[in-house]
Write a protein that binds this ligand. Structure first.
Ligand code: SF4
Length: 65
């Protein structure tokens, strides 16, 4: 599984990290650190990846395969 964070949508709420800090992290400005690139979810963390994506109020996190 991979995920993509749409940098145009990410509003820096940090809910993704609050819900799934094992997968997501913020940059120094409070936005998801992975905006604009495709990232591989570490093995076994697919559940938290889904939980964190669902917690994003902007629906900025797209899960891929
Ligand atoms: S991905 Fe969503 S929840 Fe995470 S910092 Fe961006 S807007 Fe907030």
């Amino acid at each position: 599984m991979r995920y993509l964070v749409d940098e145009a949508l990410c509003g820096g709420h940090g809910m993704c990290v609050a819900a799934a800090s094992t997968v997501y992290a913020l940059d120094e400005d409070g936005y998801n650190r992975d905006t604009g690139r495709t990232v591989e979810v570490p093995p076994g963390l697919e559940g938290p990846a889904r939980t964190g994506a669902a917690a994003c109020p902007e629906q900025a996190i797209r899960l891929l395969g």
